[in-house]
Ligand binder design. Sequence first.
Ligand code: HEM
Length: 481
Amino acid sequence: MLKLDRRPGEPPLDLGSIPWLGHALEFGKDAASFLTRMKEKHGDIFTVLVGGRYVTVLLDPHSYDTVVWDLRTRLDFHPYAIFLMERIFDLQLPNFNPSEEKARMKPTLMHKDLQALTEAMYTNLRTVLLGDSTEGGSGWQEKGLLEFSYSSLLSAGYLTLYGVEASPRTHESQALDRDHSADVFRTFRQLDLMLPKLARGSLSVGDKDHACSVKSRLWKLLSPAGLASRADRSSWLESYLRHLEEMGVSEDMQARALVLQLWATQGNMGPTAFWLLLFLLKNPEALDAVHAELKRIVWQAEKPVLQMTALPQKILDSMPVLDSVLNETLRLTAAPFITREVMADLALPMADRREFSLRRGDRLLLFPFLSPQKDPEIYTEPEVFKYNRFLNPDGSEKKDFYKDGKRLKNYNMPWGAGHNQCLGKSYAINSIKQFVVLLLTHFDLELVSEDTEVPEFDLSRYGFGLMQPEEDVPIRYRTRL
Ligand code: HEM
């Protein structure tokens, strides 16, 4: 399809200087800088050529709702997801019906099953964090903060969704849980580090071999046969496996699907906790405010946290300061692409009454990281972490943010929005809060060096969810006696 013959009402087109590739290199290298430049040149809607694809980028947050709630027959989330499924995870599901899969998954992650998941996560976080008090003795231990946060949350998250060694648990079974989930994390992390290159098809020959061997190892670790003997498996896993079997998916393909799900469910919580803890460690006033809230809500609760087998939802829902810290962390570090495939020629109405024509076969991309999340018109000093940005003076959650004098519905979009908003949002929020509570209750935690700066982003990760740092941050921690 030749784009040079522009039709009336189409967004400005920028082809870049390289035929077919267009802007692919700049886009892959640092999408945020590239899109900022394009926004300055063309405004808040434009079309760019990226590796043979025409991508229309929409950066007006007042207009996002039309896209995320549009009919799937016009704008569909799934074709791009299916492309990534094949490209990264070698997964093909011939009878794949995303709507049915979603309908099955939804009740197992939300509403009534949320409580069971949250309780299991708390138990597993305790196993992972507090299980073996003999391991490090009572002295200080040093580690990278990303490694510490990511491994703790992924290990506990894996045990929660994919099951544990034995039920009821014993000291021995918990030790096995720690070893096995640490193995899953280490292997997963090798794949995670290669993800941007895998998605862009830009791995070197040597890296390709490495990616193959890491994937094979993960498929073995998560094979349905291996998982069959695990105890306390989540209703999410039971229901997902039944769904795969009903579709007639082979055991090999099922293992690949389970690896994809490990990434989709566990790839963002650890990096979120990393940034959150780092911002707290770098902002003593914020850390004091969180401590004061925990003192009020958790440590002085009728039953002290040390004796609780779970943190009740009522307690988790009464932490506006920690909520604000989490929202501010996500505002600064969550940078997913919200992508929709244009399924038919259509007119896209903007909030300011302009209308743009989109062509069937093009891709539509929202990048809330640039606006609303980093928009100076919405957030003063948008680069700065302000722990109370999402708090009103009376301590309640602040929800009113404005652009062009109009109140915004979508002012922070780490979870996406509309039809495809994250199904695990409540579970993820509960899990991260439980992790922070356990950590601040049971551990002393500090930066190895006070002068440590907040590291730069690994710029290749724009679009994949949470940003990751270019390098890890050394911390020391010890169990509080
Ligand atoms: C901090 C943690 C997390 C973040 C920031 C996050 C973010 C997101 C985003 C941005 C989307 C895509 C929305 C779109 O394209 O419109 C998404 C989808 C999804 N997330 Fe999460 N997520 C997190 C954790 C989780 C967890 C823990 C689970 C499950 C246990 C989960 C399950 C899902 C599912 C199933 C979808 C697909 C929804 C659909 O098909 O419509 N997520 N998430």
